[in-house]
Design a protein around this ligand. Sequence first.
Ligand code: C2O
Ligand code: CU
Length: 495
Amino acid sequence: MGERRSRRPAASFFVAAALVQVAMFGLSPAVASTTAAPDGWPSPPPSQGGAFLVPLPIPPVLKPVRSDATTDYYRLTERAARQHILPGPATPIWGYDGITPGPTIVQRSGRRTSLTVVNHLPDGTTVHLHGAHTAPGSDGYPTDLIRPGASQVYVYPDGQSARVMWYHDHAMAQTGPHLNKGLAGFYILHDAQEDSLHLPWGANDVPIVIQDRLFAPDNTLRYPRTPATQASGVLGDTILANAAPQPYFRVANRKVRLRLLNGSDARQYRLALSNGQPLVQIGSEGGLLPAPVRQDSIDLAPAERADVVIDFSKVPVGSKVVLQNRLGSGPTSQVLRFDVVRHVTDHSTIPASLRPIHRLSADDASVTRTFTLESAADGTWTINDKPFDPRRIDADPKLGATEVWNFYNRSPQTHVMHMHDVNFQILDLNGLPPPPGTDSWTEMVTIPPFGAATVIARFEDFTGTYVFHCHVLRHEDNAMMAQFRVRAPRPRPPA
Ligand code: C2O
Ligand code: CU
């Protein structure tokens, strides 16, 4: 830790990097950085020896190959590339279209997406759209691999309301290493109800994935698969935002909407602003909250998202505000810095109510299931004492049913349970109602060491088999996964 930060690159590097940044990014990185070079980001390599030396890159928005009355057709190629992340040599990565994060897919609710993924990597891959409600064949089942040289079409009905999702690799026992190399990107759904709220939009609506990474001295990414990381997950000592180390982000003195995603393997963040200003949370995994919540800090476990607005209108131009990680220390305590650089008039709003929610209660459920989270003597992670087995069905909810699921963590590690296909509401976390911001629709629940959580889910629209698992990737890859099969209700026997 910290060792590579103390090495000093040549002074000429700083100067060249700074000039290129000014030329390429100017005051509007969101616009300037949408044209990625084929071998990675257009951004110059960052400098070492301090934070906030490179601009925040914004992943380019993917253009459809074609569109018809109902559907937009997209294509992504998974391939190896090199991307300038740290000073010195470019880092070998695996990226969708050769970049990490991959291009952002932006879609309207109600329009169908057909995504063709071509695998030019040496390993089998599968693509999961995290947060999507989709048929099993397009869900990226861990053994439903796209072989090297092959391709697969995924169809997303996009019937859900506006929200931020992300697509990432989900290959059996390889999800951790594949994500660590870069296989993840944003998928943002908009809808008319969201439009009517006049939240900050366009260049002021910015997706940011926060990831911690470990780099070797030659700038290659490390992913130590040891018994220790199998227990605790892989923790990096370098914090990246959109694959840039602790970047700066130039903003105007207005409201800015950030779609924050924790794309880390295991690290949890407690995000807060250095000037003491609150983060106004407007959405979570399941889309817009019923009403904005002013948060002094927001906790994000792996795969969790927070949709927040920061209002810089009272911050004097020339100020700098750091997005801190209050769970970190030293190099992991800072994520990025906002530089308020100009005056503008802001026409966006944060309405007092956003989207109504129908809250479920335990009385709505017909079935209750219980899952214990534990590790076996050899360190394998288990759910109800069993490691993942694709041939075994662990729960068989009926189509249309509402069920209560209890998770008991019987280990000294945090687990972050994620259900595919369905959204749920958290009813209870360690005996208490879920904290504000996590009490709406979601597909993630963070269960502290030896803690317990109760969630309520509705199994709608699709029959078939889906996985649920811990999203600490070393846990997921070491068998902390199970599956449910949604079955069609049995027709009534004739009277
Ligand atoms: Cu984000 Cu099953 O995954
Ligand atoms: Cu876990």
